[in-house]
Design a protein around this ligand. Structure first.
Ligand code: 5RP
Length: 262
């Protein structure tokens, strides 16, 4: 692997091999999602705990201080909205020249395995990987399911993650699921977990993140379960302990309780 590619990956994945990404890209198809109406304000108390920020160029330029930003994973796919015909119908929306200009550590795009637009999204991934390899930029593939949340089982996610890796993604973002080791075992590149819609309690989040890390994920790309939580910063600190210090679920809960009572 060339120096530039290695350097960018090292900016995102810490020396212990783990990472905690903070995604705030949801507006690209959901608009002003709850608690992300003003992304700059939402992440102001959280940015210090993020190892990477997953964001579109629009929010990056308008809401993030270039002098105080974690490494950026630039969201470069889109083209459909929650009220449109099909969330899976995406194209590449942002050029590699922009990624270079914005000095990003990686770019990210969604693939939609099993959807009507499976072929298009995989063609986009292949093109993006070609261009990014030429520029030393890692690609994070997002195994997206659109509105079909029930798809998120080990059989489907292991298929999607493996295909993403085969196409050249350097990191794959997928959902946690039961039997998560089936997903990690079949994927030759690092996996980070997304959260999906907000869980009922913070403990549920600690439990699935802990399970996923034990089963081989290198970290998370967790959005709504962090910034829609009642106590986002304590949630992030507790999750960091699971990811970076191998804390147990109980340890994480203790950290959370202490932090929220400060
Ligand atoms: C949205 C995304 C998000 O980055 C990803 O889903 C993580 O966010 P959450 O934990 O809220 O699901 O790719 O398209």
């Amino acid at each position: 692997m060339d120096w530039g590619m290695q350097n960018r990956l090292a900016r995102l994945i810490k020396p212990n091999g783990r990472t905690m990404f903070l995604p705030i890209d949801h507006g690209y198809f959901q608009g002003p999602t709850r608690k992300l109406e003003k992304p700059g304000q939402t992440i102001e108390p959280l940015i210090q705990y993020a190892d990477g920020l997953f964001v579109t160029r629009g929010v990056l330029r308008s809401c993030i201080d270039p002098a105080n930003s974690p490494p950026v994973i630039l969201r470069v796919s889109g083209g459909s909205s929650v009220i449109g015909k099909d969330l899976a119908h995406e194209t590449l929306t942002t050029s590699i020249q922009e990624a270079v200009r914005l000095n990003v550590a990686a770019v990210g795009m969604s693939i939609f395995i099993g959807s009507e637009y499976e072929f298009d999204s995989l063609q986009n991934l292949g093109k993006l990987v070609d261009e990014c390899e030429n520029n030393g930029i890692p690609v994070m593939a997002v195994t997206a399911v659109g509105k079909e949340l029930a798809k998120r089982d080990a059989r489907y996610l292991s298929l999607s993650c493996r295909i993403a890796a085969e196409f050249g993604a350097k990191v794959v973002k997928t959902y946690w699921c039961e039997d998560f080791d089936r997903v990690t075992n079949g994927c030759p590149v690092p996996i980070v977990m997304a959260g999906g819609p907000k869980c009922e309690t913070e403990k549920e989040v600690f439990e699935f993140v802990h399970d996923g890390i034990q089963k081989g994920a290198i970290g998370v790309n967790l959005g709504r379960n962090v910034w829609q939580a009642e106590h986002p910063a304590p949630t992030m600190k507790a999750l960091r302990a699971i990811i970076h210090d191998d804390a147990s679920v109980n340890d994480a809960q203790e950290i959370f309780n202490e932090e929220k009572n400060k």
